[in-house]
Design a protein around this ligand. Structure first.
Ligand SMILES: [Zn+2]
Length: 271
């Protein structure tokens, strides 16, 4: 049975439907919530859910972060109003498991921070749904995040150049390289002698980034990425995002602190 709940009665005004993922919410006035969502039809939008904080949690749960929902919307004076929400997939585990929560929050933050409102993109919508689905099904979270990173950068027009040097356009040779945040790609050791601002990157990390960039999900999944490469790729991508956004993301620190807590918990205490 499909659970459905009317938040406010749909009026006579024009109403319309959206299929969406809830990205986040904040309190709005006395009883309302301001919901940021990514929809198939309109891309990222903000909408108001009226009276939702007075409802029992089971009902308001339809509008919790990472839920996939069908929404009935009405045009409001300023922001659109959510009049009805129907859960397609609540992705409950993404809110109950702290590690999954941190990774799902990371993906939601990237969507929220990079995309402007009302620009739908079917491929980004699919990538978001697939990533949340795989995280909820127990796929390796760090791998999912890196796969998302490379595909997302491509879809938003910031695909890093990893095949040839962005300065001399020579093919990248199998040796350690540099990465220019400004130029958005690999810089060969020779060119970096003049540029000097390239970040060192090992050839292994560069190869895995390429692999994720070029491969379909099943292909990408075949590679085993060792932890030190994983850390190197993550750190480079975070610096690239910070450069593009001109400020840091919040969620990578959240992921790291959860990871450190878990490492502590599994290490035997010294006495
Ligand atoms: Zn070069």
């Amino acid at each position: 049975m499909v659970e459905r709940y009317n938040f406010t009665m749909p009026g006579k005004s024009h109403s319309y439907r959206l299929q969406a993922i809830i990205l986040r919410h904040t309190d709005w006035g006395e009883a309302d919530r301001l919901i940021t969502l990514y929809s198939r039809e309109e891309g990222k939008i903000r909408a108001v859910a009226k009276g939702v904080r007075k409802l029992r949690s089971r009902k308001s749960g339809h509008l919790e972060p990472f839920s996939e929902v069908n929404l009935l919307m009405a045009r409001g004076r300023d922001l659109p109003i959510i009049t009805q929400a129907e859960a397609i997939n609540p992705f409950t585990s993404l809110r109950e498991d702290i590690t999954l929560l941190s990774y799902a929050s990371y993906v939601a933050e990237l969507i929220d921070r990079f995309l402007i409102e009302e620009e739908p993109n079917q491929e980004i919508f699919q990538l978001l749904i697939h990533t949340l689905t795989r995280l909820s099904q127990g796929a390796e979270a760090a791998f999912e995040a890196r796969f998302f990173d490379l595909k997302f950068l491509d879809l938003i027009g910031f695909k890093p150049e990893l095949m040839e040097c962005v300065i001399c356009r020579e093919k990248i040779q199998p040796q350690d390289q540099f990465f220019s945040l400004d130029l958005g790609g690999a810089v060969c050791p020779n060119c970096n002698r003049t540029l000097r601002t390239g970040i060192p990157i090992t050839i292994d990390a560069l190869k895995y980034l390429r692999h994720l960039q070029r491969s379909s999900y099943p292909e990408a999944r075949k590679a085993h990425i060792n932890p030190s490469i994983q850390i190197e790729m993550e750190s480079l991508l975070q610096r690239y995002y910070t450069h593009l956004l001109e400020r840091k993301l919040n969620t990578p620190q959240f992921i790291r602190s959860i990871h450190q807590l878990q490492m502590k918990a599994t290490q035997p205490e010294e006495d």
